[in-house]
Design a binder for this molecule. Structure first.
Ligand code: DHB
Length: 387
């Protein structure tokens, strides 16, 4: 089997890359180790930066997002039983974000790929990658084959084969763990607020988000290693109520919890993002803690950068943009790493936090609540860095 670009991983990064290449007349093959249902149900943050929504539209994949996605012009920060709104367009010259679940982005891209694009193989497990010759050995339907490519792009996440293919001697890893995790629930109840609420509380962080006008997505900071099944539904609602409580009588509506899971928190970057003819994109190269929902947006930035670089090479004969792929992506990646780290440490309570650090955290939030400059920094980060 031969193709121009072998794409390992059919999550949002790999699927969008296949779409961008197809629109540019470049063929690709996508190998996804899981089945279609798994990819279409995997819960991840669904906040699309303006640039991400624009890319999906330009790729012809924005029709349902434009019908069903929710434009959000701000978020609420909640601390000391008070509420403070961050107004994105007012602070960023008109930028906003779109709330559209990642499951839906994947469904749209899969449908387009199967209808119009090149091969997308589910349950096709990449076994190893030859980065020098751009070959992927994989198993599909019990049969082993080799995919011969000009380039391979690893979009297979942080536990995938692509990242591990880069020898330790030529790469460097930067990472940080956090001593807490998120317990996330999906509940059949209209969101209790029309924008996302990020709450800092002495008992820990809480987040109110949504999947649609009828479905809420809520998170609680919990100790690292927590088992989701240890939390009864009632206990989750009671804890959410405590952490979101305000002095102005705001109420959290309860509903049936349909899904419960724990998300670990990690910051991770592997540099460089290219080795020979293998390029890393999305979670295969970098992980951010979920606060601020940057993961999908970073992955989109990477694959747009790769697609542009390859198109440029085809049109001009110059590999300059392919050669600067890693450096070009990493500038944006580190801005998102910084933003996600700042949002995380601004809002979570570390188990060993001192009273001094508690006061500093409130002071940082009060600064954002009272200074346009401080609020602008958050709004620019949240709505996205240009690529
Ligand atoms: C969601 C997740 C996030 O990490 C975030 O910052 C906002 C929203 C979500 O799952 O909806």
């Amino acid at each position: 089997m031969r193709t121009t670009v072998g794409i390992v991983g059919g999550g949002p990064a790999g699927l969008l890359l296949a779409r961008l290449l197809h629109r540019a007349g470049i063929d690709s093959v996508v190998l996804e180790s899981r089945d279609r249902t798994y990819v279409e149900r995997r819960q991840r943050a669904g906040i699309l930066e303006q640039g991400t929504a624009d890319v999906l539209r330009a790729a012809g994949a924005g029709a349902r997002m434009d019908r069903e996605g929710l434009r959000h012009d701000g978020i609420e920060l909640r601390f000391e039983r008070r509420r403070h709104r961050i107004d994105f367009p007012a602070l960023t010259g008109g930028r906003a974000v779109t709330v559209y679940a990642q499951t839906e982005v994947c469904k749209d891209l899969i449908a387009l790929q199967l209808a119009e694009g090149g091969p997308l193989l589910f349950e096709a497990e990449a076994l190893d990658i030859d980065a020098e010759r751009a070959r992927v050995r994989f198993r599909h339907g019990g049969v082993e084959s080799v995919l011969e490519c000009e380039y391979v792009v690893g979009c297979d996440g942080s536990w995938g084969v692509a990242r591990r293919t880069v020898p330790a001697g030529v790469s460097r890893v930067f990472e940080r763990g956090y001593p807490f995790a998120w317990l996330g629930v999906l509940a059949d109840v209209p969101p209790s607020h029309d924008e996302l609420v990020y709450a800092r509380h002495a008992r820990g962080f809480a987040l109110l988000s949504m999947r649609s006008p009828a479905v809420s997505r809520l998170y609680l900071q919990v100790p690292e290693g927590t088992d989701a099944e240890d939390w009864a539904d009632d206990a989750i609602w009671t804890e959410l109520e405590r952490r979101f409580a305000t002095d102005d009588g705001w109420r959290l509506a309860r509903g049936t919890i349909t899904q419960k899971s724990v998300t670990p928190m990690r910051s991770f970057v592997q540099e460089p993002m290219r080795h020979q003819r293998l390029f890393l994109a999305g979670d295969a190269a970098h992980i951010v803690p979920p606060t601020g929902a940057k993961g999908l947006n970073l992955a989109v930035g990477d694959v747009v950068t790769f697609a542009r670089a390859l198109v440029s090479e085809r049109e001009t004969g110059s590999p300059a943009l392919l050669n600067s792929y890693s450096a070009d992506c990493l500038r944006r990646v580190w801005q998102a790493e910084r933003f996600s780290y700042d949002m995380t440490t601004l809002l979570h309570r570390a188990p060993d936090a001192t009273a001094f650090e508690d006061r500093l955290q409130v002071a940082r939030l009060e600064r954002i609540g009272s200074s346009r400059a401080a609020a602008t920094d958050l709004a620019e980060g949240y709505t996205g860095f240009p690529w």
